[in-house]
Design a binder for this molecule. Structure first.
Ligand SMILES: Cc1cc2nc3c(=O)[nH]c(=O)nc-3n(C[C@H](O)[C@H](O)[C@H](O)COP(=O)(O)O)c2cc1C
Length: 191
């Protein structure tokens, strides 16, 4: 029996850079998820999270209760990450490392953003093994915003509507995986 409770799929904006184009990509993802019935979403901007460093146990010291609650409630995550030196922003890793059990058996889809032609494919490749280690389940579709400075205008308006078709395919797969994994978490024992 499928749960009638709405899915919760937050979108994590993974950079704090001033002038970040990834913010436009994250806004489109939130807009597209919000259109779908039976799904709730919100933007989690890592720039708005406290980033403590601590002398105590490293993992507990960087934990943020508000972020952990959202990860606990989430059925799936959309991760929007720019490509910085062929990898992901260090502060995104810092935030992701602050949780673990909250992610287990939940779906994740990755949106790569780059100024170059490859649409963040290299950052996605770097993130895939990290997702696995966190217990998240990668879907097999990505969204790649290549030449991102040409995809949005200065106000963040999407100039290339063809992205919406790709996002639709990505979200259908992500929602299927989110529902499937929720069913498993709630009904199927590991033993
Ligand atoms: C430190 C740094 C490293 C970058 N490295 C790459 C890279 O390896 N490949 C690439 O395509 N773009 C690279 N870029 C450009 C980003 O892709 C570009 O800034 C794009 O707009 C997405 O990032 P943003 O959200 O910070 O704007 C880099 C940008 C910065 C600030």
């Amino acid at each position: 029996m499928e749960s009638s409770r709405p899915l919760f799929i937050p979108v994590i904006l993974g950079t704090i850079r001033k002038g970040r184009m990834s913010a436009h990509a994250a806004a489109v993802m939130v807009e597209e998820i919000a259109k779908r019935p039976g799904v709730e979403t919100e933007l989690i901007d890592i720039a708005s999270l406290p980033m403590p460093t601590g002398e105590d146990d490293a993992w507990e010291a960087i934990r943020n209760a508000g972020f952990a609650d959202k990860m606990n409630r989430a059925d799936a995550l959309v991760l929007v990450s720019p490509e910085y030196n062929h990898s992901y922003p260090g502060l995104l890793k810092h935030v992701l490392d602050s949780c673990l059990k909250e992610y287990i058996h939940k779906a994740v889809g990755i949106v790569g953003v780059s100024a170059g032609p490859f649409g963040g494919t290299r950052v996605i490749q770097s993130l895939v093994p990290l997702m696995r280690e966190l217990g998240l389940v990668n879907i097999f579709w990505d969204v790649n915003f290549s030449n991102v400075q040409k995809v949005f205008d200065a106000s963040g308006r999407l100039l290339d509507e063809s992205y919406r078709r790709r996002i639709d395919k990505f979200l259908k797969e992500l929602m299927w995986m989110a529902r499937t994994l929720r069913h498993g978490r709630e009904n199927i024992s590991l033993e």
